[in-house]
Design a binder for this molecule. Structure first.
Ligand SMILES: CC(C)(COP(=O)(O)OP(=O)(O)OC[C@H]1O[C@@H](n2cnc3c(N)ncnc32)[C@H](O)[C@@H]1OP(=O)(O)O)[C@@H](O)C(=O)NCCC(=O)NCCS
Length: 134
């Protein structure tokens, strides 16, 4: 993953940002855009992770919203894709809250210790990004 990130970063195809908590300036996670396609103005994947101590406070939704806004308004992208495992309802909730639409399903995409899970594929067009609540 690190090798791929470095390669994509050098090729201008990756944007990875730290999530900084305003109140303490602590770095508590990361949001990123992978597979920036400048020709067709689309992003293969929005991804994120956050320190579990800060889950369920809307922080990933807020950070991802800022990154999507930057991608559409500053980078001129038309669409952003993202993928979430069927067994990861929090990740899917973040995407749906932002306005991402479910576009497909990769059946049994990942198998760990004999348990297979589908990957749900999402997409967001610029006009579909929802305003942040609150
Ligand atoms: C996915 C992840 C980034 C979410 O971070 P977060 O800061 O807690 O996200 P938010 O607080 O902005 O939103 C969480 C949403 O999930 C919902 N949620 C949380 N646990 C849930 C569960 N078990 N079932 C259903 N929904 C759930 C929350 O209600 C919230 O939705 P809402 O705003 O519509 O109420 C975090 O759990 C994480 O880092 N997980 C590990 C890495 C990962 O899975 N990354 C995604 C794949 S790239």
């Amino acid at each position: 993953m690190v090798r791929r990130t470095r390669r994509e970063y050098r090729a201008d195809a990756h944007l990875s940002l730290s999530v900084i908590l305003n109140s303490t300036s602590a770095c508590i996670g990361r949001v990123g855009l992978r597979g920036l396609d400048w020709k067709w103005k689309k992003v293969e994947s929005l991804s994120y992770w956050l320190d579990p101590r800060y889950w369920n406070q809307g922080l990933t939704t807020e950070a991802s919203w800022s990154l999507c806004t930057l991608a559409f308004d500053r980078l001129g992208m038309r669409r952003i894709g993202s993928q979430a495992l069927d067994g990861n309802p929090a990740s899917q909730a973040v995407l749906r809250r932002l306005g991402f639409v479910e576009e497909g399903r990769e059946r049994e995409a990942v198998c760990v210790k004999g348990r297979c899970m589908d990957m749900v594929w999402f997409g967001l067009l610029a006009k579909e990004l929802r305003p942040l609540a609150g």
